[in-house]
Design a protein around this ligand. Structure first.
Ligand code: SF4
Length: 246
């Protein structure tokens, strides 16, 4: 019998539906969070920062980049142009030169300079603790606003959906959508509000270490008994799965 090397959406959908009849999505989401908290008790936002204002700038820079690249750039940026006052007045060409490794540096330089100017002019130099106010800042969309509110202030207004959260939410059968706005809305219905920030941090950590985009390590995954996509990515995984009697 010919075996697919990658789980088809219909197969995952079928397995997801079967799983949902045994355990509600809410309970399964809670179980996933509990298992991941045990696996990653020290999971935290990977960006380095020393204030909410620095976190905001770092998160804007992290779009289409990696946290490790941002962490290489921000010490130079923040020591040269402290946030927000000096960065708001910095020459755009100097900002671009420092942040170039993060990619999209023309646009990001305008965003972080504009955001720092707005923080100074409208919010007393501080990051506002409101989703709507954060969304009014240049370069700040829901993902960035959710990260800043959750990580800096412990405020859960939404769930930050990055590429890892998007991928794992699909594999775990929490959503069939690939639209981050829809995925966030669906996740907010099944994840307890108190866990919204942790959910993002834990899924990002797990997505980097185990459930990677190209080669998920289902055999080493603490979620493989609750995940509808477990062992469906290669013939070897499927054989291993059948031998386990799962
Ligand atoms: S069992 Fe496999 S597909 Fe499911 S979360 Fe773990 S690594 Fe990802």
């Amino acid at each position: 019998m010919r075996m697919n090397t990658v789980a088809s959406p219909s197969r995952i959908r079928h397995r997801t539906h079967a799983s949902m009849t045994k355990l509600t999505l809410e309970k399964r989401a809670a179980e996933v969070i509990s298992l991941l908290k045990k696996a990653y008790p020290a999971a935290r936002c990977a960006l380095n920062f020393s204030s909410p204002e620095e976190l905001l700038v770092a998160t804007i820079l992290s779009a289409q980049s990696t946290d490790s690249t941002v962490n290489l750039v921000t010490p130079v940026l923040f020591s040269t142009f402290p946030v927000p006052d000096r960065l708001a007045g910095a020459p755009i060409s100097d900002i671009e030169r420092i942040i170039k490794p993060c990619g999209y540096y023309h646009q990001k330089a305008r965003y972080i300079k504009g955001t720092c100017a707005m923080l100074l002019n409208e919010y007393g130099g501080k990051v506002p603790r409101s989703l709507d106010k954060l969304l009014s800042l240049p370069g700040v969309a829901r993902k960035t606003a959710n990260v800043v509110l959750s990580v800096a202030f412990g405020i859960n207004e939404g769930i930050a959906v990055d590429t890892h959260v998007l991928r794992l939410s699909g594999r775990l059968g929490f959503t069939f959508s690939s639209n981050p706005v829809i995925v966030e809305r669906e996740l907010m219905q099944i994840v307890e509000r108190k866990n919204w920030g942790d959910f993002t941090t834990l899924l990002i950590t797990h997505g980097r270490k185990i459930c990677t985009a190209r080669r998920p390590l289902c055999g080493n995954c603490t979620l493989n008994r609750v995940c509808p996509s477990a062992f469906t990515f290669s013939p070897a995984q499927a054989i291993h799965h059948r031998r386990r009697g799962a």
